[in-house]
Design a protein. Structure first.
Length: 304
């Protein structure tokens, strides 16, 4: 087979890199892809990460190339050691995302390409002399974060290199908006729509007392970045006052939000919950959600 070369990213790689990222995204969430503009913008900065992005001191993007084809790529971040940086990020080096071709008969060198690229990543982290080395799969696409279970070839590359999962596992769920519960009339309960922390908020009130609220984000596809995620939204927050537990308010709020989602052209709604929160998962599945995938957050380099 032709020789593999690991080098820094060139702008001429942008189309192949975007295609490689989109292949990974398509295995996680249906109907989502990102543009070249989205990928290039993410390599320079992440404006949506208003807290952590200003802490980044250096960014490096590496690719593995064979036969003039980008077969693997990784984006690395170095966080500053300054006092204003959050303690868990201070003086940290991170493989922010890592993508590579899975093993295939027509590309038998895929594992070798992944390992060569990973070795280059570890060498870069060593040159930075950071306090700890983390890794993730946070490609610049909605819904994709952590290390999704749909990428066993990436997990294998991480584990061969000495990375271990040390964080939480989350379940990503999806529901068709048409399958969400219909809101039944509730005497003396009204709903108010406002701007919330993580999207449009629908708050249920009994007289002047807030019973609970749901927030839905219908802006997962930022138009200036040309992300394809039409018809997709997610739950940013869902809170019920403990005094209103057991009254089915979660389903009622989901139904009220569903009306708004349909007006917004949304047909699929996503939710995220810790894998060990069985009560929250049961509430969502009873409302029409089903598991889309699981993702493992926070990987740390701990070679044996």
């Amino acid at each position: 087979m032709p020789a593999l070369e690991v080098r820094t990213f060139h702008r001429d790689d942008r189309d192949q890199l975007t295609d490689l990222i989109n292949r990974h995204v398509a295995a996680v969430v249906p109907g989502v892809s990102v543009s070249v503009n989205t990928v290039l913008s993410d390599l320079q900065r992440q404006p949506e990460e208003s807290i952590t992005d200003p802490w980044v001191r250096e960014r490096v993007t590496l690719v593995a190339e064979q036969r003039d084809t980008v077969v693997a790529a990784a984006h690395l971040l170095r966080y500053s050691a300054d006092a204003e940086v959050g303690e868990s990020y201070r003086d940290i080096g991170e493989i922010h995302w890592f993508v590579c071709r899975p093993p295939a008969s027509f590309w038998p060198d895929s594992d070798r390409a992944a390992d060569l690229l990973m070795n280059a990543c570890l060498a870069q982290l060593a040159r930075w002399n950071v306090r700890a080395r983390y890794a993730s799969g946070d490609v610049p696409a909605p819904v994709v974060y952590g290390l999704p279970r749909n990428w066993p070839h990436i997990r294998a590359a991480f584990e061969r290199a000495g990375y271990r999962h040390v964080g939480d596992t989350e379940v990503i769920l999806v529901a068709r908006v048409a399958d969400l519960p219909a809101p039944t009339p509730r005497r003396s309960v009204t709903v108010e729509r406002t701007l919330g922390e993580c999207g449009t908020r629908f708050t249920a009130y009994a007289d002047s007392r807030a019973l609970g609220f749901i927030e839905v984000d219908t802006a997962l596809a930022r138009p200036e970045r040309h992300t394809r995620a039409a018809g997709l939204a997610d739950i940013g927050n869902l809170y019920i006052d403990p005094a209103s537990y057991g009254e089915g308010l979660e389903h009622w709020l989901l139904g009220r939000a569903a009306d708004w989602l349909r007006l917004s052209g949304v047909d699929r709604l996503l939710a995220y919950e810790p894998a060990d929160d069985t009560a929250a998962l049961d509430r969502l599945t009873s409302a029409g959600f089903r598991e889309l995938t699981r993702t493992d957050r926070r990987w740390e380099h701990r070679p044996r």
